[in-house]
Design a protein around this ligand. Structure first.
Ligand code: GLN
Length: 446
């Protein structure tokens, strides 16, 4: 009730939620009260959690902030939802997002934009901007987002919260609406690293319902938060500190690195030489995967259906009316790079570049234990500032895309404020399946 009161107060200014799930939440809260009365305990008993609106919850709408799924009600729970429910969580609402998670500003959502709670003239980041804003504005205790190319980390950085993109395969994608299946990962967006560890204990681990889920042991992520950092090697990739980085971002990130050095970590300069190809590689491969994933929205099986007359008209009109501009742009790009005659030149070349980027990380982790870098080259930008310039928007993902291309885990933690009082995030990247290391290092900022 307290959180819904808070939502009623701040939502007119922030608009973090796509829609609320009050009935479900009330039933779950009552069940939690009963369990508490009986002396029972669970890791998230009665804790209000928000979910990005591309995670399926049985009997509630899952819209991806798209017109084409505006009326879609999930017939089943995502695995992360099953696990949250089993842990006693109260699911209070679905958060706004860029349409189908395509974007970095939350401005491509169908119904309304979300504003940054720190400055409502600025974007909260994207695509999990609703989740980040809801956590930052105290409209939930924690939230889940998804990260295909930075969508947990960049909004976490813009809204001054903690966001973890787990290793690809660590968290089940069953019941997560697919954008680019070889990149997508669900992860926690929280007020503290400790909260992220608690959520990872609940949602992480193997799931037979997702064939890409990794069958590796899930450690207790809360157990190692206070390990000593002395002697660990902190890699600083030089390619992440060049070019158009905002001096205020640079200043805060450097201060974060010095803080870790003061705790006994040893700074080592490293190189990830193929970083310059990350943006092109990601946008070729992610669009290719998106174009095939989104072919299922044809007006026949579920979602929006146009009134058009013939079957063919119905297909084309449904997609014309149901998808927004950015989604269409990506379907066109993806279809192009997969078409015969262009497949070898773009898609196959992109896959090769992806391997080179992965090998960069493998080589670098031979000389360091964890890496530190900026999350975003820029501070949270003004609403509308980049909306008409997709290339500018894509370029702002420069520092987050490589972790998805390589499948490694990466954490965004607040490391300072700009002179104007806007939050700045530090990115920590680790070897596959070592989220524990990232949480351990990140915990030293709190
Ligand atoms: N901003 C990136 C994109 O638009 C990443 C999105 C994401 O991680 N879902 O594709």
């Amino acid at each position: 009730e307290e959180y819904y009161r808070r939502i009623d107060t701040v939502e007119p200014a922030v608009q973090a939620y796509a829609h609320l799930t009050r009935e479900l939440a009330e039933a779950q809260a009552e069940a939690a009260d009963q369990r508490i009365a009986q002396g029972g305990d669970l890791p998230l008993l009665g804790v209000p959690i928000a979910l990005k609106d591309l995670i399926c919850v049985e009997g509630t709408r899952t819209t991806c902030s798209s017109r084409i799924l505006d009326n879609f009600v999930s017939p089943y729970d995502a695995t992360v939802v099953t696990r949250l429910k089993a842990a006693g969580a109260v699911l209070i609402g679905k958060t706004n997002m860029d349409e189908f998670a395509m974007g970095s500003s939350n401005e491509t959502a169908y119904h309304h934009i979300t504003r940054n709670p720190w400055d409502t003239e600025r974007v909260p980041g994207g695509s999990s901007g609703g989740s980040a804003a809801a956590v930052a504005a105290n409209e939930c205790v924690a939230a889940l987002g998804s990260d295909t190319g930075g969508s947990i980390r960049q909004p976490a950085s813009f809204c001054g919260i903690t966001g973890l993109k787990p290793t690809y395969g660590r968290v089940s994608r069953f019941g997560l609406v697919a954008f680019a299946s070889s990149f997508d990962q669900i992860g926690p967006m929280t007020k503290s690293v400790e909260d992220a560890a608690i959520l990872m204990n609940v949602i992480g681990g193997h799931d037979a319902m997702d064939s890409t889920s990794a069958n590796v042991e899930r450690p207790d992520f809360t157990a190692t938060l206070d390990r000593d950092l002395k002697g660990l090697k902190l890699g600083v990739p030089k390619e992440y500190f060049t070019g158009g980085i905002d001096p205020e971002v640079l200043h805060a990130v450097e201060a974060g690195i010095r803080h870790l050095e003061s705790l006994g970590m040893e700074r080592v300069e490293i190189s990830l030489p193929h970083t310059q190809y990350a943006v092109a590689t990601y946008y070729i491969l992610a669009c290719a995967e998106a174009s095939t994933n989104l072919s299922r929205y044809d007006g026949v099986k579920y979602g929006y259906r146009s009134e058009a007359g013939t079957l063919l008209d119905m297909y084309t009109q449904t997609r014309e009316e149901g998808f927004g501009e950015e989604v269409k742009r990506r379907i066109l790009l993806g279809t192009f790079v997969l078409s015969s005659g262009y497949y070898d030149a773009y898609y196959l070349k992109g896959q090769k570049a992806r391997t080179l980027i992965q090998q960069d990380f493998e080589a670098a982790y031979r000389t360091c234990d964890v890496m530190a870098a900026p999350v975003s080259p820029a501070l949270p930008f003004k609403l509308g500032e980049k909306l008409d310039d997709p290339l500018q928007m894509y370029l702002s993902d420069l520092y987050t895309l490589s972790a998805n291309l390589a499948g490694i885990p990466a954490l965004s933690i607040p490391c300072g404020l700009s002179q104007g009082g806007l939050p700045i995030g530090l990115q920590l990247m680790g070897p596959h399946f070592d989220e524990a290391m990232l949480l351990n290092v990140g915990h030293r900022f709190q």
